[in-house]
Design a protein around this ligand. Structure first.
Ligand code: SAM
Length: 278
């Protein structure tokens, strides 16, 4: 089999299922651009399930006052649980294990989302996202169905839809085949604890600013070296925490660099001595 065909047959679809009160937000938010094309190509699938469709309340109500008082309304357990069960059963019918699929509740109280988490979740076949609204969701259903609680940052949003879209976008990019150039997922910021180097496109001179000469040299090794130096400089300046991690894991880089600098210093000395002897 050719490499290309082998790669295609190795790929399997990652299915995202979103439990939400606003399914159109999810469909519209992810139906365009790279995620939209990945859906069209069958590399990922997206299902937005309206929790309201599962309420047993005759007025289609899904929320109620919290016991003990307090501000705002709470999403009730029953519609959330029944929506989850319907999704799990539909996954079962497709020959996968729906009740074993990870259920991610988007909440400001969860673990902070990051690139490593996106990479890890991209290995799952099915991911169910649960979006809260109002003051959140009745704790009992969370205890019963949720496997992961994830936050996209230390601030409070009105609902879990934007966080779910943020996560799905970042996870989808890690699914093989979704990015046209598989390497770009690796070399981007956070790929190896480093922020990405600066990039330039045509024209060569814009507003009297030149593209760095090294990038026009055609010397791939030199270009790679320059990019690494730029990434290191940028990461050290903007994210010293990430720089520390990289430096810890890549001590041999600094040893090699120090040796290179020492060789260059000795060469300069020798040349200077030769000049003096002339
Ligand atoms: N009362 C909740 C608390 O203090 O933890 C906040 C509820 S918030 C107004 C409504 C919903 O938005 C949450 O249930 C959650 O799904 C979502 N949400 C808000 N901020 C979020 C964040 N930073 N990360 C992930 N989800 C968030």
């Amino acid at each position: 089999m050719s490499d290309r065909r082998q790669e295609r047959s190795d790929r399997r679809c990652t299915s995202f299922h979103v439990l939400t009160l606003f399914p159109e937000m999810i469909r519209q938010g992810l139906g365009e651009s790279i995620t939209g094309r990945a859906i069209a190509r069958g590399l990922i699938s997206l299902e937005a399930v309206n929790i309201r469709d599962y309420t047993l309340d005759k007025h289609k109500k899904v929320d109620d006052y919290p016991y003990g008082g307090g501000a705002g309304m709470l999403m009730q357990a029953q519609p959330v649980y029944d929506a989850w069960r319907a999704v799990a059963e539909s996954i079962d019918r497709q020959g996968r294990r729906g009740s074993a699929a990870r259920v991610i509740y988007l909440t400001p109280q969860g673990a902070a989302f990051c690139q490593d988490m996106a990479r890890e979740l991209a290995g799952e076949e099915d991911l169910i996202f649960l979006c809260g609204h109002y003051e959140g969701i009745d704790e009992r259903v969370l205890e019963e169905i949720v496997t992961d609680q994830v936050s996209i940052g230390d601030y409070v949003l009105t609902g879990g839809e934007l966080p779910a879209m943020v996560m799905i976008d970042a996870i989808a990019r890690m699914v093989p085949g979704v990015l046209s150039n598989a390497r770009s997922g690796e070399t981007e910021s956070f790929g190896n604890h480093l922020l990405e180097y600066p990039q330039y496109s045509r024209p060569e001179i814009w507003h009297e600013r030149r593209v760095p000469q090294i990038l026009l040299s055609g010397n791939h090794q030199k270009v790679e070296e320059w990019r690494l130096e730029q990434s290191l400089e940028r990461t050290g300046r903007l994210r010293p925490d990430l720089y520390e991690k990289w430096a810890e894991e890549n001590q041999e880089y600094f040893i090699r660099k120090a040796k290179r600098q020492e060789r260059a210093r000795r060469k300069m000395l020798r040349n200077a001595q030769k000049e003096q002897q002339k």
